[in-house]
Design a binder for this molecule. Structure first.
Ligand SMILES: Cc1cc2nc3c(=O)[nH]c(=O)nc-3n(C[C@H](O)[C@H](O)[C@H](O)COP(=O)(O)OP(=O)(O)OC[C@H]3O[C@@H](n4cnc5c(N)ncnc54)[C@H](O)[C@@H]3O)c2cc1C
Length: 497
């Protein structure tokens, strides 16, 4: 029998990887390592440090159910606090000893003769019986495909890799992109730069933000009486879940909810932007929920400033010193900020490194050719002993923590069961995999993403096949329950050799 170096390798030390570590330890599995390319934990919150970065759902909801954070200083916590929370979790749950930081995984190959994974990193090879890939879909910054970008001689910064040594004061800055990151960074840049041009392809739905400091007395109360904080978490989670699930997932049962939310956004825009022509440019023409909406009280007013211009004509090309829009004008630029998001549902990003399973099938190529498909958002019949967290058909519910905990629960249940059965190999059966995928595709038709109004949204929720596998069209509560109750016999087990 060939014994691997570790029982489990977890790739990624963001909130997903840390959660798997916590759950494995709780179940008595101690022989695991958590690999991460970065020098510290926190994932997206380590990488995204642009001015204004913050959570865009209530902080009370944005935390593990088992570790509420009484320390959030605002109702929408700033990114630095989320990062500190990740460090706290790593310490409190004794995960430091399992961390292998500065260790980028280059590929993972299943060795069929020994029933183990060969995980190649920049420091050499590790073997493991099980791999949980927790790399997160919002990890690889995406640069826009605009002619001339490579010839630009000024400074280029992506929001996901902010350069804090670069001073924007007195500069002419252009921001490309008006998604969730653009919305947060634009008001901050306007405060610092001499002039700001914002290049918008698709406007974003923006809700008013109930953003306030959490008084020290309330934080002290949360510390002294954790059940009070759990109650607040429960209430904010239910509220967010209702908007997400009724409005987006069960769109065709209550379309009026989406229309009502759009009306709230339009009223917010009317209150903040008196100019009708500017308002028209900032109003989305697709349904709320077709792409990620956000909250802000500062985004719209930024466009009413004399030193900020919203450019909606589209970009023709970038020159050495500026941007030529389709209106034919060249606007000079010193610093170009790319708020253009991430590579998500595409070959090379999902998964972010080659994963070769049974019969030499590479997972990314398989999905690219045959459309995204899996079992419970995590497993495929081609890859034994392997779970990809936050892959296709996972995102739902109030916050990512609900899907992270559900994914970690699923993978941990499997690993514990394989140990119990002394299995060397466990692999999801084809029939439950196909049934789950069919069910997801069928349900998707009733969501907002199945509506024609999403066609103009340029949303990263859609892939090149026209599918929208980013979202799992079920409630967070259902997914939470399902992770605890799915039939472990949906997997086939082979004894250790
Ligand atoms: C700016 C921003 C704001 C967000 N705000 C919210 C919010 O308000 N609410 C919400 O619910 N969600 C939000 N999200 C979504 C967020 O992605 C999740 O909430 C969550 O943090 C994801 O955690 P993760 O561990 O799955 O992935 P990540 O945080 O992406 O962690 C993945 C880790 O894997 C590592 N990694 C990647 N490739 C490799 C490799 N080849 N080898 C080794 N390590 C690798 C990365 O370095 C990273 O540390 C936001 C995302 C972003 C980008």
């Amino acid at each position: 029998m060939s014994k691997p170096d570790h029982e489990v390798v977890i790739v990624g030390a963001g909130f997903s990887g840390l959660c798997v570590g916590v759950q494995l330890r709780r179940k008595g599995v101690r022989d695991f390592v958590i690999l991460d390319a970065a020098p510290s934990v926190g994932g997206v919150w380590r990488h995204n440090t642009y001015p204004g970065v913050a959570v865009d759902i209530p902080s009370a909801t944005y935390c593990y159910s088992f570790e509420p954070n009484p320390g959030w200083t605002r109702s929408f916590a700033p990114g630095a606090e989320v990062r500190a929370y990740a460090e706290h979790v790593a310490d409190k749950y004794k995960l430091r000893r399992h961390l292998r930081l500065n260790t980028k995984v280059a590929r993972a190959d299943f060795d069929e003769t020994a029933d183990l994974w060969r995980v190649r990193t920049e420091h050499g090879e590790l073997t493991a019986r099980f791999v949980v890939c927790a790399v997160g879909p919002l990890d690889q910054p995406k640069n826009p495909d605009i002619p001339g970008l490579a010839e630009f001689t000024g400074k280029i910064v992506h929001t996901a890799r902010w350069d804090h040594d670069h001073d924007l004061s007195g500069q002419r800055v252009a921001v490309i992109g008006t998604g969730a990151s653009g919305l947060q960074v634009v008001p901050e840049i306007a405060e610092r730069a001499a002039h700001l041009d914002v290049y918008q392809r698709t406007p974003i739905w923006v809700l008013p933000k109930v953003d306030f400091p959490i008084p020290a007395a309330v934080r002290a109360l949360f510390r002294l009486a954790p059940p009070v904080q759990r109650l607040v978490r429960f209430l904010t989670t239910v509220a967010s879940e209702v908007v997400m699930v009724l409005g987006i997932v069960h769109y065709n049962k209550a379309p009026f909810l989406v229309r009502a939310t759009e009306a709230v956004c339009r009223a917010h825009l009317r209150r903040q932007v008196p100019d009708r022509a500017l308002r028209r440019k900032l109003t989305p023409r697709y349904g709320f929920g077709c792409k990620r909406p956000s909250f802000s009280n500062r985004y719209f007013p930024t466009f009413t400033r004399d030193d900020v211009e919203l450019v909606t004509d589209g970009i023709e090309r970038v020159t050495a010193t500026g941007i030529v829009a389709r209106d034919g004008r060249e606007r000079p630029v010193d610093t170009l900020v790319l708020a253009t998001g991430f590579k998500i549902l595409e070959l090379g990003a999902m998964p972010p490194f080659p994963v070769t399973g049974l019969g030499g099938v590479e997972l990314g190529e398989h999905w690219d050719r045959n459309r995204y498909q899996n079992y419970e958002g995590l497993a495929v019949p081609q890859a034994p002993n392997f779970w990809l967290m936050n892959g296709p058909y996972t995102v739902t519910g109030a916050s990512w923590f609900s899907i992270i905990e559900a994914g970690a629960t699923h993978a941990t249940r499997c690993i514990v069961e394989a140990r119990r059965r002394r299995a060397g190999r466990m692999v999801v059966k084809q029939a439950p995999h196909d049934a789950f995928t069919d069910d997801m595709r069928r349900r998707m038709k009733g969501t907002i993403l199945g509506q024609p109004s999403c066609a103009s949204s340029n949303s990263y929720y859609f892939d090149r096949h026209g599918d929208s596998p980013y979202v799992r069209p079920q409630s967070g509560l259902y997914v939470w329950r399902r992770a605890r109750t799915f039939d472990l016999d949906d997997y086939a087990y082979t004894p250790k050799r």
